[in-house]
Design a protein. Structure first.
Length: 430
């Protein structure tokens, strides 16, 4: 068996399941649902004829297809319900156009249905205006049909704008339903195709679905008014709250000012009481000091008076003496007593009491820090502490200026002062 490729070009849709050649060299073939003939021409070629046999689709007995060529003009096919006659010389226009009609378009609230027919010139009658439907009535049923009365079938393809992404596939359904569409204007397009592949002009039907009541223009205006009223209420409430907060803040500030004022008054009163107490304490201390000073001065006067009385009695005794040597001896003795009274320890104790009252614990700190100082050196430190000069110290303790300077020099050595270091500053810092 050898391959015969000369007829392959006629079988673009697949090779046939069964092939029958008649006495006129015509080749009849059956491919699934399709039937055709390769008619032998005078020049020895073949012509593929398919259109006349399209009405036989799905009518022949599968795997038992039969064809009887009565003559070159009449052919019979065995069918499920009898036979089919094909006459070659009969002329037939397979590409003749046909019309498509919308038999009914009906919404849920329609009492009458819309009908749309193509006229002789294939113009479409759209009607006066686009029908409108409320959102709650948005359930639609559309029926359509084609006036194609030839043998074969008719298929339909539809498209609804704003709903379908593309046209539906070809099918023999003659109706379509829609429900719960969004608001907007829709365009329904339907077209038909017969078994010979001829397509009709599309029929277009427009309709409009109104928005639900809460998305209508009136509702939007109401929403806008409500929003404005709500904003105004918010502004009023906000301003009211601001005013209330401002008043509360003022009241809180007033209360704070009042508390602070009372606190300041209380603190001022406490400060004033403390100042009065300090002043009273100072006055009391001054009175005590004055009393002590008065007592010390009184004791000093009494001591001096006693000394003067003794001196007076001594001088009277001297006057009564007649021996010059004895007078000289008594005068020397009197001078010695005067000098002893000048440098008396009693006077130093009185001075020490006054010094401790003015400079508290000075002598005690001095003794603790420099325990090797003599009484005379401690007295010198006290006079320097009081800011007295060397001349004043010399007159006070009845010694010469040079002796005071020598005592200051020895005191610097005992206090371990460096050269150039001030003695008065060192003693004042104790």
């Amino acid at each position: 068996i050898e391959r015969y490729p000369d007829l392959d070009e006629h079988f673009t849709r697949g090779f046939p399941d069964r092939v029958i050649q008649d006495g006129f060299r015509n080749i009849w073939y059956f491919t699934g649902r399709h039937t055709g003939v390769l008619r032998y021409l005078e020049d020895g070629t073949y012509k593929n004829i398919v259109y006349p046999f399209i009405p036989l689709e799905n009518k022949l007995v599968p795997s038992f297809e039969s064809v009887f060529v009565y003559d070159n003009d009449n052919i019979l096919f065995g069918a499920e319900n009898g036979f089919a006659h094909y006459k070659i010389t009969e002329e037939f226009d397979y590409h003749k156009p046909f019309k498509l009609h919308i038999r009914s378009f009906r919404g849920n609230s329609d009492t009458l249905q819309y009908v749309m027919n193509q006229d002789e010139d294939y113009d479409i009658n759209y009607g006066a205006e686009i029908p409108q439907y409320r959102f709650r009535d948005n359930i639609f049923e559309i029926n359509y049909a084609a006036t194609c009365f030839r043998e074969g079938y008719v298929e339909y393809s539809t498209y609804l704008s704003n709903y379908d992404l593309e046209s539906t596939s070809w099918s023999r359904n003659t109706s379509r339903q829609f429900a719960r569409l969004e608001e907007g204007i829709y365009e329904f397009v339907v077209k038909a195709r017969n078994s010979f592949g001829v397509q009709s002009e599309p029929v277009v039907f427009n309709f409009k679905v109104l928005p639900p009541w809460h998305r209508t223009l009136i509702a939007k205006i109401v929403y806008l008014i409500l929003v404005i009223v709500f904003i105004l209420l918010l502004i009023i409430i906000f301003n009211r709250r601001v005013e209330i907060n401002r008043q509360k803040e003022q009241q809180r500030q007033k209360e704070s000012y009042r508390v602070k004022e009372e606190q300041l008054k209380s603190e001022a009163l406490e400060v004033e009481k403390e100042l009065i107490r300090i002043r009273n304490e100072r006055l009391r201390n001054e009175m005590i000091f004055k009393e002590k000073e008065l007592a010390n001065t009184t004791m000093n006067i009494l001591q001096k008076n006693k000394s003067m009385i003794k001196m007076k009695s001594e001088m009277l005794k001297i006057v009564s003496l007649s021996d010059n040597s004895e007078i000289k001896k008594q005068l020397k003795r009197l001078a010695w007593k005067i000098e002893r009274d000048i440098d008396s320890e009693d006077y130093w104790k009185v001075f020490e009491v006054h010094l401790e009252q003015v400079h508290e614990d000075f002598l005690k700190r001095l003794s603790e820090k420099h325990p090797d100082l003599t009484n005379r050196e401690r007295r010198l430190c006290a006079y320097i502490k009081m800011g007295m000069s060397s001349k004043e110290i010399a007159a006070l303790i009845n010694i010469s200026f040079r002796a005071v300077e020598n005592n200051r020099y020895r005191l610097r050595q005992k206090l371990n002062l460096a050269k150039g270091e001030n003695l008065a500053n060192c003693i004042s810092n104790l």
